[in-house]
Design a protein around this ligand. Structure first.
Ligand SMILES: NC(=O)c1ccc[n+]([C@@H]2O[C@H](COP(=O)([O-])OP(=O)(O)OC[C@H]3O[C@@H](n4cnc5c(N)ncnc54)[C@H](OP(=O)(O)O)[C@@H]3O)[C@@H](O)[C@H]2O)c1
Length: 261
C-alpha cells in the first residue's frame, strides 16, 4: 500500500506551474524542501495533448492539478478539463504516481451552479473524471480569490466601464488557497485513508462587483464598475457559499488590498 510517511517527502508535479495558483504552490512546496516538477506548455509539456507527460511524471509520487483554460464555453471547458484529467490518469498509471490533488471551485459540481457558468461545468467534469479514476484523489475546493475581482475588471469593458457580476461568495487570497493546497498535498499517511475532499473559503461573504470596484478605486484611474445583478441565479443567491466543513482563511479583503496595492 502506498504511503507518504513523516520524513519521506514526495516528488511533486505541479500542473499549471506558471499560473496564479500553480506558481504559488510551487513556491510553497520548494520552501518546504520538496522536489518539484513544473508542468506547463511554456515549460515543454502539454497536458491536453499528453505530450511530455510521462517524462514529467518520472519519479513523481504526487500530482497537483492547477490547470486552467480561460473560456466561458461549456463545450470547451468540459472538453479541456475532462481530456486533461484523463491524460493525467493514464500517465499516472504508466508511472509511479500514487496520489492526485485536484483544485476546483466550491459547489462547481452542483448543477444549479454550473448551469449558469459553462466554465464551472468543465470543473465538474474534471472532478468527476478524477474521482472515477484508479488513483486516490483529493479534491480541494476553493472559494473565488480576491485576484478574480481584478481579472473580472478587464473581462467585459464598455469604454471606461467594466461590467462585473455581483457574485456572492466567501473569497480569499490566492496565496492562502495555495498554502492550503500544499498542506493537503503533503499530508502524511496512507493515501487510501486521507481525506478525499477539502474546502477553503475566506472570512466574510462578499460581492465580487464590490471587490472589483474597491480595487479600481484603489488603483486610481477612470475605470468604473457596472454591477450586473445575478441574484436570480445560484451565483448570486448563495449557491457559491460553502456547505458543511470548511477551513477559513484569515486575511480580510481590505487587508489584502492594502498590501497588494
Ligand atoms: N480564480 C479563482 O478565483 C479560482 C478559485 C478557485 C479555484 N480556481 C481554480 O484554480 C486553478 C488555477 O487557476 P489559475 O487562475 O491559477 O490559472 P492560470 O493563472 O490561468 O494558470 C493556468 C496554468 O495552466 C497552464 N496550462 C494551460 N493549458 C495547459 C496545457 N494544455 N498543458 C499544460 N499546462 C497548461 C498554463 O501554462 P501554459 O499556458 O504555459 O500552458 C498556466 O500555468 C483552476 O483550475 C481554477 O478553476 C480558481
Amino acid at each position: 500500500m502506498e504511503s507518504t510517511g513523516e520524513g519521506e517527502r514526495p516528488k511533486v508535479a505541479v500542473l499549471g506551474a506558471t499560473g496564479q495558483l500553480g506558481a504559488r504552490v510551487v513556491a510553497h512546496l520548494r520552501d518546504r524542501g520538496v522536489d518539484v516538477v513544473e508542468v506547463s506548455r511554456g515549460q515543454g509539456t502539454d497536458v491536453y495533448s499528453g505530450e511530455g507527460l510521462d517524462a514529467a511524471f518520472d519519479g513523481v509520487s504526487t500530482v497537483v492539478d492547477c490547470l486552467h483554460l480561460a473560456t466561458l464555453s461549456r463545450k470547451h471547458a468540459v472538453d479541456f478539463f475532462s481530456t486533461t484529467a484523463r491524460n493525467v490518469l493514464a500517465a499516472a498509471r504508466r508511472t509511479a504516481v500514487s496520489r492526485i490533488v485536484c483544485v476546483t471551485i466550491i459547489n462547481a459540481r452542483e448543477p444549479e451552479v454550473h448551469r449558469w457558468m459553462g466554465y464551472y461545468a468543465g470543473k465538474a467534469a474534471q472532478e468527476q473524471t478524477y474521482r472515477a479514476g484508479p488513483i486516490p484523489v483529493t479534491v480541494v475546493a476553493s472559494a473565488q480569490w480576491y485576484e478574480l475581482a481584478e481579472t473580472l475588471l478587464s473581462q467585459i469593458r464598455i469604454g471606461p466601464l467594466s461590467a462585473v457580476p455581483g457574485m456572492r461568495s466567501r473569497p480569499l487570497a490566492a496565496e492562502e488557497a495555495a498554502a492550503f493546497v500544499v498542506d493537503r498535498a503533503l499530508e502524511p499517511g496512507d493515501v487510501a485513508t486521507l481525506d478525499h475532499e477539502a474546502v477553503i473559503a475566506g472570512p466574510e461573504v462578499r460581492d465580487m462587483a464590490e471587490l472589483a470596484r474597491a480595487i479600481a478605486e484603489r488603483r486610481g484611474g477612470r475605470r468604473k464598475v457596472l454591477r450586473v445583478s445575478v441574484s436570480f441565479t445560484a451565483l448570486g443567491n448563495g449557491g457559491l457559499l460553502p456547505r458543511g466543513n470548511c477551513t477559513t482563511a484569515p486575511t480580510r479583503f481590505e487587508d489584502w488590498l492594502r498590501v497588494t496595492s
